[in-house]
Design a protein around this ligand. Structure first.
Ligand code: AMP
Ligand code: GLY
Length: 426
């Protein structure tokens, strides 16, 4: 099979690493890719939202399968663009069409979908400029803290948790009156704060059937002990020690099945990943969010634990035969620790030379590039999250220690990472 993978992060490097292990992978192209994916296939220098370049590449390289890594092209309709184009008729796409991608692209759509299908989630109300004053009154009487979510994609920044009413009203005004998160963010979901522990579950769906992949937990805050501002994710672990059979069964019955059935009932053709973000409250799963893609850095622990041939899995999505697939999981724990640029998630510098990447011991660890690029033959930083090291271990503690030992071999100016990933699972 000739494959085009869209994206340039650690998620795509992990996909590329796994795809090349398949005897079914004839050629792999990654756009735009990174220096890590360049070792697995051929990087092509165009953006994930350059639909014309995607089309031309599909034709020139005789692509059979397109795998869409990030959400932006999905929400913008790349899947519909490919499957409706007569010149691209025989190409299969991993990733939902624009309608299905609304699960991530619109918080208001996702909440209404959960309500329609009785999926447990936080109570909420939706506001726009039209009912702005009603929203202010609603906020004044809302229990604290208050969770506010801008409707559209906001690069992971659209969720604000306010500790007092004044702050909440000010934030509400910024979102609706001043379009703080853009035009789509002028629609705001206000929801009940859920106190619990977070975890994520990933499903691959073929439009009819689904398989559940290994679960994971990521660490979003920049600081040790889960403090400071949110990031894209500073590390991840899989499996999640508290996700026992009883909890996973509840998740499947109360959330996954109603979601899959709901998509079908509503005529939303969905072939791709569904990322379920949960808050577990007193052993009960509540949905916080859907994403229409895999997580990053969760992919960097989920994919290394997946024993199945990934190309075979994607081929089963294309032929709607996922019911014939049994997911095989590596029993070892996988943990990843992300190295970030100094200053991230605020302002940070780029272009620092990264030393030591070749010294990582491949016995139990693997390196995934995230925000790196090649300049004059050297690998330099080009993003906030720069790379991550995933290691296998007997326990979370063991795997994280191995990753940290490997991370100490690597350096760049102002490199930062969390030393306490998986701290609650000693
Ligand atoms: P999201 O972008 O929807 O993943 O939200 C970002 C983060 O905000 C989540 O990972 C949670 O930590 C937090 N969050 C979102 N919704 C809630 C909620 N209803 N209660 C508590 N925390 C929440
Ligand atoms: N790590 C969270 C995400 O990919 O959305």
């Amino acid at each position: 099979m000739r494959i085009l993978l869209l994206g340039s992060g650690g998620r795509e490097h992990a996909f590329a690493w796994k795809l090349t292990q398949s005897p079914l992978c004839e050629s792999l192209f990654i756009a735009p890719g990174n220096p890590g994916t360049a070792k697995c296939g051929t990087n092509l220098p165009f953006s994930v939202t350059d639909f014309d370049a995607i089309k031309q590449t599909c034709i020139d390289k005789k692509i059979d399968l397109v795998i869409v890594g990030p959400e932006e092209p999905l929400v913008k309709g790349v899947t519909d663009f490919i499957i409706s184009n007569p010149a691209l008729r025989n190409i299969d796409v991993i990733g939902p069409g624009k309608n299905g991608a609304q699960l991530e692209g619109s918080k208001a759509f996702a909440k209404a979908f959960m309500m329609r299908h009785n999926i447990p989630t936080a109570a909420y109300k939706e506001f726009t400029l039209e009912n702005y004053q009603e929203g202010v009154s609603y906020l004044k009487n809302h229990a604290l803290p208050i969770v506010m979510k801008a409707d559209g994609l906001a690069a992971g920044k659209g969720v604000v948790i306010c500790e007092n009413h004044l702050e909440a009203i000010a934030e509400f005004e910024l979102m609706i009156q001043r379009a703080k998160f853009g035009e789509a963010g002028k629609r705001v979901v206000i929801e009940q704060f859920l106190q619990g522990v977070e975890m994520s579950v990933f499903v691959l769906m073929d439009g009819k059937n689904y398989v559940i992949l290994p679960e994971a937990k990521d660490y979003k805050r920049i600081g040790e002990g889960d403090t400071g501002p949110n990031t894209g994710g500073m590390g991840a672990v899989s499996p999640v020690p508290f996700a026992d059979k009883v909890l996973m069964k509840k998740i499947e019955e109360k959330v996954i099945k109603p979601t899959v059935d709901g998509l079908q009932k509503e005529g939303l053709e969905y072939r791709g990943f569904i990322f379920f973000g949960f808050m577990i409250v007193k052993d009960e799963p509540y949905m916080i969010e859907y994403n229409c893609r895999m997580g990053d850095p969760e992919t960097e622990v989920v994919i290394p634990r997946l024993k199945n041939d990934l190309v075979e899995l994607f081929a089963a999505v294309a032929t709607q035969q996922l019911d014939k697939i049994k997911i095989e999981t590596d029993p070892r724990t996988a943990c990843t620790v992300v190295a970030v640029s100094g200053g991230y998630p605020g302002e940070y510098e780029k272009g620092h030379i990264i030393n030591g990447l070749d010294d990582i011991n491949p016995t139990d660890s693997m390196l995934f590039h995230m925000g790196t690029t090649e300049e004059k033959g050297k690998i330099v930083t080009s993003g906030g999250r720069v790379f991550c090291i995933t290691s296998y271990g007997k326990s979370v503690f063991d795997a994280v220690e191995i990753s940290k030992d490997e991370l100490r071999k690597v350096s760049f100016t102002e490199m930062n990472y969390r030393t306490d990933i998986g701290y609650e699972f000693p």
